[in-house]
Design a protein. Structure first.
Length: 300
């Protein structure tokens, strides 16, 4: 892909207002029933190819939003374009991959490497609070929030994490994420999974999120793309619940599926909403009860 491809402004349609979209809903549609389908692309700004592929997905009309990385090689260009095109971008908190931008302060690099080495040492380290790294976690997260505000001209309305490290004990216990923010939950259980796997960690994370943050009702990964019945079950849930589908257009299989017209032909009356946080707020308001965060694992 060409480095300046993303600057072709004529290839992107302006984001429609959420209120306008909801006003056109038909009886029995997902919005009337209090549900919505959110398709969110991770890793915006990680590198040029990833940003350009996510842009292609926005242009195809299949994305609600994307999650942007800071201190990465394409963060500056991606943020400038997102502001210009009014794309819905949240913060993709990075605690597990090395920063790749050329202007990262040395002090931040050192603290980030300490955090990264700890979290990546074992699948279980994210479950254990490390008091010796408390100040490093706090500094690294605060720096990314500050950089996001610098790049996008605002604080992030929602936060998720690269490799889901935002749900680590060193992040959740001291509540390092701004209270009231929409924060990505754990993946929802699907048929065939062993419910006991990571149940304690999921229960703990859900309990913490319920006490200070907003979240969706369900979270799924776009792949596996087969069998179709799996995606059909996920999309059907969106008629009554707030469902986020996480995707990574950097992966060729997902990119081809998203830009090939397949997704829109399958979702029918559950088309992806035009904006993440506004749609969540509108769906919550339309529900009869405001408490839809369960601390028990669900199977779909």
């Amino acid at each position: 892909m060409q480095h300046n491809k993303i600057h072709d402004q004529s290839s992107v349609q302006p984001r429609k207002s959420v209120d306008a979209e909801f006003s056109r809903t038909k009886p029995g549609s997902q919005e009337e029933l209090g549900g919505c389908l959110i398709i969110n692309a991770d890793d915006w700004g990680q590198d040029v190819q990833t940003t350009d592929r996510i842009f292609d997905c926005f242009r195809s009309g299949v994305l609600s939003s994307a999650s942007g990385m800071v201190f990465m090689e394409d963060s500056e260009r991606a943020a400038a374009f997102a502001r210009q095109q009014d794309l819905d971008i949240g913060l993709h908190l990075n605690l597990s991959d090395s920063f790749s931008a050329s202007n990262v302060p040395v002090r931040l690099l050192n603290h980030h490497e300490k955090v990264r080495h700890y979290l990546c040492a074992s699948p279980f380290t994210r479950l254990i609070y490390h008091p010796g790294l408390a100040s490093s976690f706090e500094y690294v997260i605060a720096s990314q929030l500050e950089e996001f505000a610098r790049l996008y001209g605002r604080q992030p309305n929602r936060i998720d994490g690269h490799h889901h490290m935002h749900l680590s004990a060193n992040v959740m216990l001291p509540r390092l994420l701004p209270l009231g923010t929409i924060v990505r939950r754990h993946f929802s259980y699907e048929r065939g999974e062993k419910v006991v796997r990571n149940s304690a960690f999921r229960f703990y994370s859900s309990a913490v999120l319920a006490r200070g943050y907003q979240t969706t009702d369900f979270l799924f990964s776009l792949p596996p793309l087969a069998p179709f019945a799996r995606l059909e079950r996920i999309f059907t849930l969106a008629t009554n619940f707030i469902v986020e589908v996480e995707t990574h257009p950097a992966m060729t299989e997902e990119y081809r599926f998203l830009t090939g017209g397949n997704l829109l032909s399958w979702v029918h009356n559950c088309t992806p909403v035009p904006a993440f946080d506004q749609s969540v707020a509108r769906c919550r308001k339309s529900k009869h009860s405001s408490d839809f965060i369960s601390c028990t694992p669900e199977v779909v």
